[in-house]
Design a protein around this ligand. Structure first.
Ligand code: GTP
Ligand code: MG
Length: 194
């Protein structure tokens, strides 16, 4: 994908606040701090388009980015962040689920997991939930630079079994440090939005 433009559009606190366009969308989901905003920045070759942070819970609203004036990448708030009060967690959950279940132009979701760890109960629940709503899903095991190649490949199989991954869903390694996996992620997105 040749990127000619990548612009922040808006932040929304719920489905009813999402931009009223019919542009196709692909969303990034996953645990807090897993690297969703970092992946978005790598995809569009911009260091700080989506805000990233060492502190989990950086992204608190649904953030829309217009790519090439033709489709949206959507950076979702992460789940599973223990330090957030229960009522805030409940609100984030409703916001994300409302978006995923109700957004008509949503073409697919990239679900990020940390390649170093077995998927958590939250990850499994999110994956189940995407399958339940029949949303095309690709699972991206990120932070691959933190492991050697052999270990990363082994852990992919752990992820595959633990979710468990549905047959046709892509599963791949990614790193925002080495940019490994960037082209594969773009191919998946291109297939979804065409
Ligand atoms: P929330 O917005 O809180 O849900 O987090 P997020 O999923 O958007 O994570 P973010 O992109 O902000 O990254 C969290 C931290 O992980 C940052 O310190 C990033 O620099 C780091 N990080 C993200 N991706 C990678 C990666 O592929 N490799 C390494 N080594 N670090 C990464
Ligand atoms: Mg983020």
């Amino acid at each position: 994908m040749k990127i000619t433009s990548a612009e922040f559009v808006t932040s929304a606190a719920g489905l009813d606040k999402c931009p009223a366009t019919s542009r196709p969308e692909v969303a990034l989901a996953g645990r807090s701090n897993v690297g969703k905003s970092s992946l978005l920045n790598i995809l569009v070759n911009r260091k700080r388009l989506a805000r990233t942070s060492n502190t989990p819970g950086r992204t608190q609203l649904i953030n829309f980015f217009a790519i090439n004036d033709s489709f949206h990448l959507v950076d979702l708030p992460g789940y599973g962040f223990a330090k957030v009060p229960a009522h805030v967690k409940a609100r984030w959950g409703k916001m994300v689920e409302g978006y995923l279940a109700g957004r008509e132009q949503l073409c697919g979701v990239i679900l990020l997991v940390d390649v170093r760890h077995k998927p958590t109960a939250d990850d499994r629940q999110m994956y189940d939930w995407l399958k339940h709503y029949q949303i095309p899903t690709a699972v991206v095991a990120t932070k691959a630079d933190k492991l050697g190649r052999g270990r990363a490949m082994q852990n992919l199989q752990v992820v595959r079994k633990a979710l468990p991954l549905a047959g046709a869903d892509p599963l791949l390694l990614f790193s925002a440090v080495t940019r490994q996996g960037r082209d594969e992620v773009w191919s998946i997105i291109e297939e979804w939005i065409k």
